[in-house]
Design a protein around this ligand. Sequence first.
Ligand code: NAD
Length: 407
Amino acid sequence: MQLPAKMTMGSDGRLRVPDRPIIPFIEGDGIGPDIWRAAVLVLDAAVAKAFGGKRAISWLPLAVGEAAAAAGGEVLPESALEAIREHRVAIKGPLTTPVGKGMRSINVAIRQRLDLYACVRPVRYMPSVPSPMKHPEGIDMVVFRENTEDLYAGIEWPAGSAEAGKLETFLREQMGVSLPSGAGIGIKPISRDNTRRLVARAIAYALDHRLPSVTLMHKGNIMKFTEGAFRTWGYEVAAEKFADRTITEAEVTRSHGGRAPEDKVVIKDRIADMLFQQVLLRPEDYHVIATPNLNGDYLSDALAAQVGGLGMAPGANIGDTCAVFEATHGSAPKYAGLDKVNPGSLILSGAMMLDHIGWQEAAELVRRALQATIVQKTVTYDLARQIPGAREVSCSVFARAVVANME
Ligand code: NAD
């Protein structure tokens, strides 16, 4: 086998992947080490099996979060960010956010510092997974959430602070705005460039995967110049960059009797509150959803609950130059070190990562083996308490059962 080597990016923007790519990983805090051990066992086994031992990942550990602080360093060392940039792809467990001090969130900082502007969350129902819905099998969507701006930009000042006072005076005296006195104030920036690159990525994904529609989710009826503009710029980039391969829903109604041409992706939009209803009532009408940051945060967790909870939801943060795949739940400190929680989210994020580097055979093997394990009712506590007759196993035993199902 080749020596371990870095992935590179060609001038076409595509990854060049050696047989032994070096991939950095961050174990994470709390339950991170438990789920990481489980995930790496499954991912290595799938790669070995899918490629008959000809390919393997060479894992590069990065100390971030509590591990970095324990070694006396910064919680997010510059060297870790540089390693991710350099190696193009990384995977991480959850990182604890210090409350009321220090960095707002290490996770948010990683996304912002690496300009990982698209948070991609596939939500697909797996048979046998307990769901609160009567017909969860209709759910098969991918959410593209903008990751760098909106209220998440963290531009806010506490009630009663000098800064909020200054802004209040400015708004009242210079802008003629009436607002309650002494309020905390936050700012919601949504920009054309960031909207366009996010929506373009979502449309390209729908085209690559032959999916029928992209829905722009917004609250533009109320927030006209932020969320409303997101909608406008979304349609704009579809018309400019993908004119011959997309069609608007309005056009389908007007000129095609309500039936979209098969070779085109339909671009539609929905007000956020209404879309929350629709994903419960008519999930089969939605395929790719592109949304500003805060809506996407709520929607992706609600959708995850519809198909088995956060313990099973994979995610990725993707930019033009690198990508970080991650468990979507937090570090669940009360379960740390108990070898108890569900490693499904990180395992499935790893499968997304294998897809991303073009190792689809291994990704499929992971998904099929995980699915088979759940069908056999061999599950961790979170699913066991919802599946009658389940055999509850630990995090590590679950991982070994997944590997056994690759035989
Ligand atoms: P959490 O997701 O860590 O845990 C909430 C509850 O969900 C847990 O108590 C547990 O009951 C359940 N849960 C979570 N993951 C599970 C799994 N894999 N299997 C089974 N059950 C699981 O949310 P929290 O308690 O709000 O946050 C804890 C810490 O994690 C905070 O510091 C928070 O900021 C951080 N966080 C990090 C990320 C990230 O790294 N991307 C995301 C969310 C929260």
